[in-house]
Design a protein around this ligand. Structure first.
Ligand SMILES: [Zn+2]
Ligand SMILES: [Zn+2]
Ligand SMILES: [Zn+2]
Ligand SMILES: [Zn+2]
Ligand SMILES: [Zn+2]
Ligand SMILES: [Zn+2]
Ligand SMILES: [Zn+2]
Ligand SMILES: [Zn+2]
Length: 304
């Protein structure tokens, strides 16, 4: 009979073969089936097809882009900013929205303090001096060797390797002219490596509180005395304090004394005989004529 409809291997009243969801009558050559039940195309997709993460409509043709944990119409998976279609994995995500690389970087990537370009891979970003850097952009301002945030020196907002920092900014040693990395020793109005402040003659290290200076060079006390102090003609030792000049030589005041009684003589009022100094008494006792009566020297006679 013309009133019998055959579908799903069964016979139906034409009015009874209808969409399980909306009850619209179905044609046996145009329906969808799920779990043995017939559906119209619309409802079948509404109920059972994956929904697009962009437009939220069902994806009916099986053309699915899977991204960010959701299915998408290929044309719906596009940059939130410029609407260019995106192809996973070539896209960036921010707050659950997809972006093309260019817009993501423009909008969200922090700029590098070195080159001003966006830092597109946050996992490699270097944070130093309160700024963000590409790892290759955080380098010594002088020699361009790469630096790490835990090992660099800063000057005027610029990073330096330790070598260059000291070369450029540390005080230079007055002796070896190399940078002084630690605390400089200050002496003679100049700065020194503690080991470089030494006796110019013997090389012994000197204390800034105990040294002698001559012609801009430091000396230990011993060598300063040996090299620069006048020597006593009597004891041959250096004269640090008062110099007595007599008989054409320098003397310790205590060393210029009578050749006989060793009493210190002073620079005036001594007598000389054959290059030796004498006190007045011994001079006359030795060299003046003696009185025939009393045997005492006759002092008034001039020996010269
Ligand atoms: Zn869509
Ligand atoms: Zn875009
Ligand atoms: Zn950079
Ligand atoms: Zn450097
Ligand atoms: Zn030095
Ligand atoms: Zn010395
Ligand atoms: Zn002396
Ligand atoms: Zn004497």
């Amino acid at each position: 009979q013309g009133n019998i409809l055959r579908a799903q291997g069964k016979d139906w009243h034409p009015n009874c073969f209808k969409c399980t969801q909306c009850a619209i009558p179905l044609k046996p050559d145009n329906f969808y089936e799920k779990n043995g039940k017939p559906y119209c195309e619309d409802d079948y997709h509404k109920l059972f097809s994956p929904k697009c993460g962009g437009c939220l409509f069902p994806i009916t043709d099986g053309q699915i882009v899977n991204a960010m944990g959701k299915p998408w119409h290929p044309l719906c998976f596009k940059c939130t900013e410029c609407a260019i279609p995106l192809t996973p994995p070539h896209f960036r995500e921010k707050n659950g929205k997809p972006y093309c690389e260019r817009d993501y970087n423009r909008l969200f990537a922090p700029p590098c303090h070195g080159c001003s370009l966006p830092i597109t891979d946050p996992s490699t970003m270097v944070k130093a001096m309160g700024k963000n850097w590409h790892p290759q952009c955080f380098h010594c301002y002088e020699c361009h060797r790469p630096l790490t945030p835990s090992n660099f020196m800063e000057k005027n907002g610029k990073p330096y390797c330790e070598d260059d920092y000291h070369k450029l900014f540390s005080p230079k040693c007055s002796e070896c002219l190399l940078p002084i990395r630690g605390t400089p020793l200050v002496a003679m109005g100049r700065q020194w490596h503690p080991n470089c402040f030494k006796c110019y003659q013997c090389g012994i290290p000197l204390s800034p509180n105990n040294f002698k200076e001559k012609d801009g060079k430091p000396y230990c006390n011993k060598h300063f005395q040996e090299m620069f102090l006048p020597k006593c003609y009597g004891c041959k030792l250096p004269i640090a304090d008062k110099v007595l000049t007599a008989l054409g030589h320098n003397w310790h005041p205590d060393c210029f004394c009578c050749a006989v009684c060793h009493k210190p003589l002073g620079s005036e009022g001594y007598r000389e005989k054959d290059g030796l100094p004498y006190c007045d008494f011994d001079y006359h006792a030795l060299f003046s004529p003696k009185c025939g009566a009393c045997q005492a020297p006759i002092r008034e006679v001039c020996v010269h």
